[in-house]
Design a protein around this ligand. Structure first.
Ligand code: NAD
Length: 441
């Protein structure tokens, strides 16, 4: 079986690598020539655990190829996945220009039956636009070539993307012809044989499932952050409350960790896009609007704690930051809380010194020379007036607190991810602040 994946970003590369890993011949296409030239040499542009080795292995086996030519790739492929970006437009809706460009190109270059599957996260009804774009191009060429469209949204998590792809909780497929369904059933056979369920449904429901899933997860986070803020005011400890509610099977203990707000390339834009879809359909999605508002506020909570600690004046203060990526195990900083916090600290006159295990080169694109970058987590602490933790990388969890204490001018830690124990921190002599616990009492 031969397939084409268009768009070689986080989703396209993981999808391409994983399908080739299970024996399928995959062509990965991207418009970015430099990216494709590097990928041909096995140089992977993103940090995702295990991805580079998997790509190199399958390149060597000849099952995985990279090209900028969609027309060439289409010659051999019965199935084409669209996995290009769908960034937010100015009004919050998903910008479909990349998806529809690929659809057009498919119509331009296909010569035989082709199944065009949208893997990008797209608003309900996009498959109809994809279908029309292909049809228009075929009409321009004055040819009649059979084709189908389908929806197969992706649920992988950056940082654990390979495991998520190879061992999915479920595979969602929206297909409206028996041929499309049969093709996707056989493509995913090795997954279903291993016990991973595949759910077939209509295309609109498949498209909606992706947004509903992300909206639900974002809701859990904002709910917990709202509870955390209230806990702090009334003197409760959100860490205890989290365990207390998480042990209720109906609630569950996953995804209820308070922090400094969700970021990344999916939740913020998908929540906004779903609100927009509702507006376009004259429906007021009240819960999600609150989820979004709570999240915006939460991204500034740690900053305000730091400002308060220094009596409202950060001029001349030096703040050390551990962690910049929107979550551990990725270099992705899209919509990361660090973007807001670091910029606010700089605007307030603070000197900011940062360390992140993999996101430093990405951070340089965002902050330039407004802050200083370190390759060692302890070096970033030298002569800093406090430490703020913005990402819960494993290497931050049990640092040498004696060294941390010695290097900092003031033994103060602002923990945006609740990775330390309040009692332990006090014992170690730190002024310790986290989310949802009043540590001053
Ligand atoms: P990305 O920005 O990392 O990659 C997109 C790639 O598409 C880029 O390399 C770009 O050069 C390429 N591209 C753009 N136009 C093209 C064209 N006409 N032809 C060929 N290539 C083209 O994006 P991503 O993070 O991989 O996300 C892709 C989609 O998957 C989005 O809709 C996103 O919402 C969704 N998604 C992302 C994740 C995630 O964790 N990143 C998870 C699930 C779903």
């Amino acid at each position: 079986m031969k397939i084409t994946i268009v768009g070689s970003g986080y989703v396209g590369l993981v999808t391409g690598a994983c399908f080739s890993e299970v024996g399928i011949n995959v062509q990965c296409v991207d418009v970015n020539e430099a990216k494709i030239e590097n990928l041909k040499k096995g140089i992977v542009p993103i940090y995702e655990p295990g991805l580079d080795k998997m790509i190199v292995r399958n390149l060597e086996k000849g099952r995985l190829q990279f090209t900028t030519s969609l027309s060439e790739a289409l010659k051999d492929s019965e199935i084409v996945f669209i996995s290009v970006g769908t960034p937010p437009d100015e009004d919050g809706s998903a910008d479909l220009k990349y998806v529809l460009q690929v659809a057009k190109d498919c119509g331009k270059y296909m010569n035989d039956y082709t199944l065009v599957v949208t893997k990008s996260t797209v608003p309900v009804g996009t498959s109809i636009k994809v279908k029309n774009a292909i049809q228009d191009e075929l009409q321009k060429r004055n040819v009649k070539i059979p084709f189908d469209v389908a929806s197969n949204p992706e649920f992988l998590k950056e940082g654990a993307a390979i495991d998520d792809f190879l061992k999915p909780d479920r595979i969602i497929v929206g297909a409206e012809s028996a041929r499309a369904e049969a093709l996707l059933r056989s493509l995913y056979k090795s997954f279903t044989l291993n016990g991973h369920p595949i759910l077939f449904m209509d295309i609109l429901s498949a498209e909606m499932t992706k947004y509903a899933a992300n909206a639900m997860l974002a809701t859990k986070i904002s709910f917990m952050n709202d509870m955390a803020n209230l806990c702090e005011i009334v003197g409760a400890d959100v860490n205890e409350v989290r365990k207390g509610i998480g042990s209720d099977g109906r609630i569950g203990n996953k995804f209820i960790y308070p922090g400094i707000g969700y970021g990344g390339s999916c939740f913020p834009k998908d929540v906004q896009a779903l609100i927009r879809t509702a507006q376009e359909n004259n429906y007021n999605l009240q819960v999600l609007k609150a989820v979004e508002a709570v999240n915006q506020n939460q991204k500034t909570v740690l900053y305000h704690k730091i400002v308060n600690y220094f009596n409202g004046n950060l001029q001349g203060k030096t703040i050390a930051i551990w962690g910049l990526s929107f979550k551990p195990q990725t270099d992705d900083m899209r919509e990361a809380p660090s973007l807001i916090i670091v910029n606010k600290l700089v605007e307030a006159g603070a000197k900011v010194k940062v360390y992140d295990p993999v996101a430093i080169s990405e951070a340089k694109h965002h902050f330039g020379d407004t802050i200083t970058y370190y390759n060692d987590q302890y070096e970033a602490l030298i002569e800093a007036d406090c430490l703020a933790i913005l990402t819960e990388w494993p290497e931050f969890k049990i640092p040498n607190f004696n060294i941390v204490n010695k290097l900092l001018n003031t033994a103060a830690i602002f923990d945006g991810r609740n990775i330390y124990d309040t009692y332990e921190m006090k014992k170690q002599g730190f002024d310790y602040f986290c989310i949802g616990v009043n540590t001053l009492t």
